[in-house]
Design a protein around this ligand. Structure first.
Ligand SMILES: *Cc1c(COP(=O)(O)O)cnc(C)c1O
Length: 352
């Protein structure tokens, strides 16, 4: 069935083993971030079998699909006050940055007789989530340290997500200093420092400070790249996922539309260059299924011209292979196109 996204099992398995071994050697616990593949249970099983046992996701619906694992489940997005029941149900630990939410979660823990671990997020300048001012940190810490329901186990940070601020050794060492100060002043034990996402990977080397002992990694595992510079990381496979779709129309047409032009389906006024008559294939794949700008045709000579919600137009004028209605076109992916494909209800999931 098409369109489909294929997860190449052996490549994913190798990525998991290589990354896990690399981080383990430096005393870092890996949390595999599952949002990019919608926490697909079959993919979770491949990772779990490969020795990656801790999983993290931004959505509780995704976490609810993760069952029978040996490790822990972490909620990545600061929870909504309306979903705290499910936080306790589907997550063993969560990232937090609001006192109001922590108070409510703590109350719920006490009421239910449940334990839940939290990492307090610190904003080191990227300006997405996290405590920013020292005054707020002190206010939150003094209450959090005394909470009986939620268990404060450490600090976390997130970089390069909104502001594109790169992690540096100095910024991460600030987290260690903050931790030491908090342990001392508030008489708490904060054994975990969660040093970020795939953007911190480029700093992981032989003298990585042992205090930074947790990383939450999605992109490197799924796409083989670290996210600070988009470079390959330790030889991980970049082609774990491919997307395939079927040709539904194949005709020769001019490259420039004919008639009076207004805006296209997405409110833009596109500009066209005249390449004469082109051989154009329409495939049954659109913006609703993936991001066409984040796909690369595997077939030599093929070029994506554009897409609307459900149709993608591919120029195949310079393709040597014989194509016809019904032929399948395959595409290389990146983080965004994989994320979209696993979010679309119209894309079939395969493991090969
Ligand atoms: C998505 C996410 C990650 C994983 O990021 P990658 O760049 O895919 O490794 C880590 N932490 C948080 C809070 C996230 O939202």
């Amino acid at each position: 069935m098409y369109p489909r996204i294929i997860c190449h099992k052996e490549k994913l398995r190798e990525n998991a083993i290589r990354l896990q071994t690399h981080l383990e050697k430096r005393g870092i616990t890996l949390f595999a971030v599952t949002k990019v593949f919608g926490a697909d249970p079959n993919i979770i099983r491949i990772l779990d079998d490969a020795g990656v046992h801790h999983f993290a996701d931004a959505r509780l619906l995704n976490l609810s699909h993760i069952e029978k694992i040996q490790g822990e489940r972490m909620l990545l997005r600061i929870p909504m006050l309306s979903e705290l029941e499910d936080v306790l149900r589907y997550a063993d630990l969560s990232l937090q940055s609001e006192l109001k939410t922590l108070r409510a979660l703590n109350e719920l823990c006490v009421e239910r007789g449940k334990q839940h671990k939290v990492l307090l997020m610190i904003d080191l300048g990227d300006l997405r989530e996290g405590i920013f001012s020292n005054d707020e940190l002190k206010e939150v810490a003094s209450e959090l340290a005394l909470m009986q329901g939620v268990q404060w186990v450490g600090l976390g940070t997130n970089l390069t997500c909104y502001g594109g601020v790169l992690p540096t050794r100095e910024s991460l060492e600030r987290l260690i200093q903050l931790r030491d100060f908090l342990e001392e002043d508030y008489k708490v034990d904060l054994p975990i420092i969660s040093a970020g996402n795939s953007s911190s990977l480029y700093l992981v080397d032989e003298d990585w400070p042992k205090e930074l002992n947790q990383l939450r990694v999605g992109e490197a595992l799924a796409n083989g790249t670290e996210s600070s510079f988009g470079k390959n990381f330790i030889g991980l496979h970049e082609d774990v996922f491919t997307i395939e779709a079927q040709i539904v129309e194949l005709k020769e047409k001019p490259s420039v539309p004919i008639g009076t032009r207004g805006k296209n389906a997405f409110g833009k006024e596109p500009v066209f260059e005249d390449y004469g008559i082109q051989k154009r294939a329409i495939i049954a794949l659109g913006m609703q299924d993936t991001d066409p700008e984040d796909l690369v045709p595997i077939l030599e000579g093929a070029k994506i011209l554009g897409a609307s919600s459900d149709h993608m137009i591919v120029d195949i004028t310079h393709v040597r292979d014989a194509l016809d209605v019904g032929s399948i076109l395959a595409f290389r992916t990146n983080y965004r196109s994989v994320l979209r494909a696993y979010t679309s209800a119209y894309v079939y999931r395969e493991i090969e």
